[in-house]
Design a protein around this ligand. Structure first.
Ligand code: PLP
Length: 379
C-alpha cells in the first residue's frame, strides 16, 4: 500500500491571503513625523503628495481627497452632472463606479464588457449613447487600462467627458501613457488593498485647471480662502497621516507593480496547463499592473467555481470573486428599476471569475504551492 503523502508542517499551515498592504518602517516614520508636527489635516504633506502624484501620472493637477468614491463624486459634481443626464459605465466593477452617478441624481447606463479583458466594450458604449449622455466612466478593471483610443474617439465625437475610474490602476499604462492621464479626469483610490495605499484615500488627476479648482473647492467646504465659501462644498479632505504614507508608497509603487507583474507571469505559466482555467488576457500596448489576478473557470473545468474556491480556501489560499453581481442587479439598483440581464458578457463573467493572490508579499514558493494545489484540485 502506498504511504499517505506527508506534508511538511509549513506547507500544511501555509496561508496566502488574497490581499495584504505592503507597509514598513518608512511609513511608520512618516506617520510619527505627522504626529510630532501637530498638523494633522490637508497641509504641507498633502500638497507634497499631490505634487509627486501629478508628476508621476504626468498631469498638471492632482487633488487629494478622503477616498476613491469621493474622487469620483467630486469629479462628477465639478462636471456639473445632474438630473436628466446619463453617464455610461461598466457594471462589472465595484459599486462606486455606478453610485457616483446616482449621487448626482443622474442616470447610470451600463455598457457591456469585453469578456477577455473584462473592460468596457467601446462598441456597446457607442450603442448606448443618447442625446442625454454627458460622460463616460471607463474602469481600468483589475489594473488593465480600458480601450482608451476607441472610447476617446466616441467621446470626442459626441462631446462628452471621459472620467477614468483608475481606482485599481496606479502605474498602469496605455500606449506608454499612465492611467489617470488618458481621459479628461482620473480618479484613484488608496484603499488598504490597492497597489498603493494610505488606508483610506483618493486622488483626482487632470490637466483641466478650471476643473481642478472646482474640485479643490468642493473637497473643502467650498472655501476659496479662510472662511470665504464660494460654493456649497463638503469636508472630503485627506489627513496628513494618509498623505505622508502616500508619498512613501508612491516611491515604492513601480517596484510593487513589477513584483505583481512577475507573480502574474509565474501564475499564468503554471495555470496555463490546466484545461478549463483561463489565465488573464493582457492586451498589446498596455502595462497591466495586476491589482487582481483573475482567472475564468470555464465549463470544461472539472469543478464548478464554488467548489474550486472552497478547495483552495481549505488549502490556505485566499480567493475572492470580483465581482459576483453586476452593479445593475445590486438590491439598490433593483429598487431603482434596473435588473434585466442587460449585459450578457458581464453576467457570464460574474459567474466565471475567481481572483488569486498576486500581491507583492506572495513569494515564488507561494506560487509553486498555489499551482500544486490547483494541480491537485484540477484532477
Ligand atoms: C473600480 C473602483 N472604483 C471605485 C472604488 C472606490 O474607492 P474607495 O474604496 O477608496 O472609496 C473602488 C474601490 O474599491 C474601485 O475598485
Amino acid at each position: 500500500m502506498q504511504e499517505p503523502e506527508r506534508k511538511s508542517e509549513r506547507q500544511m499551515n501555509r496561508k496566502i491571503p488574497i490581499a495584504k498592504p505592503n507597509l514598513g518602517r518608512e511609513e511608520e516614520e512618516a506617520v510619527k513625523e505627522v504626529l510630532e508636527s501637530g498638523f494633522l489635516v490637508q497641509g504641507e504633506k498633502t500638497k507634497k503628495f499631490e505634487q509627486k502624484f501629478a508628476e508621476y501620472i504626468g498631469v498638471e493637477h492632482a487633488i487629494a481627497v478622503a477616498n476613491g468614491t469621493i474622487a469620483l463624486d467630486v469629479t462628477l459634481k465639478a462636471l456639473k452632472l445632474g438630473p436628466g443626464d446619463e453617464v455610461i459605465t461598466s457594471a462589472f466593477s465595484f459599486v462606486s463606479s455606478g453610485n457616483c452617478i446616482l449621487f448626482q441624481r443622474a442616470k447610470p447606463v451600463f455598457a457591456d464588457i469585453n469578456p477577455r479583458t473584462f473592460n468596457i466594450d467601446p462598441s456597446d458604449v457607442a450603442e448606448k449613447i443618447t442625446a442625454k449622455t454627458k460622460a463616460l466612466i471607463p474602469v481600468h478593471i483589475f489594473g488593465q487600462p480600458a480601450e482608451m483610443d476607441a472610447l476617446k474617439e466616441i467621446a470626442e465625437d459626441k462631446g462628452i467627458a471621459v472620467v477614468e475610474d483608475a481606482a485599481q490602476a496606479h502605474g498602469a499604462e496605455y500606449k506608454g501613457q499612465k492611467a489617470g492621464s488618458l481621459g479628461d479626469v482620473g480618479c484613484f483610490s488608496f484603499y488598504a488593498t490597492k497597489n498603493m495605499t494610505t488606508g483610506e484615500g483618493g486622488m483626482i488627476t487632470t490637466n483641466d485647471q478650471k476643473l481642478a479648482r472646482k474640485a479643490r473647492l468642493l473637497r473643502n467646504h467650498g472655501q476659496s480662502h479662510k472662511y470665504h465659501h464660494d460654493t456649497l462644498g463638503y469636508n472630503y479632505r485627506m489627513t496628513e497621516f494618509c498623505a505622508a504614507i502616500g508619498s512613501v508608497q508612491l516611491k515604492k509603487l513601480d517596484e510593487i507593480n513589477e513584483k505583481r507583474r512577475e507573480n502574474a507571469k509565474l501564475l499564468t505559466n503554471g495555470i496555463r496547463k490546466f484545461h478549463g482555467l483561463t489565465p488573464p488576457y493582457v492586451e498589446k500596448d498596455v502595462k497591466h499592473v495586476f491589482h487582481q489576478y483573475v482567472v475564468r473557470v470555464e465549463d470544461n473545468y472539472p469543478r464548478d467555481r464554488g467548489e474550486l474556491a472552497d478547495r483552495l480556501t481549505e488549502k490556505g489560499v485566499g480567493v475572492a470573486v470580483h465581482y459576483p453581481i453586476p452593479i445593475y442587479r445590486q438590491p439598490l439598483y433593483l429598487e431603482l428599476g434596473y435588473g434585466e440581464k442587460m449585459c450578457p458578457n458581464t453576467e457570464e463573467s460574474c459567474r466565471r471569475v475567481l481572483s488569486l493572490p498576486v500581491h507583492p508579499l506572495v513569494g515564488k514558493k507561494d506560487i509553486k504551492y498555489m499551482v500544486d494545489a490547483l494541480k491537485n484540485i484540477s484532477w
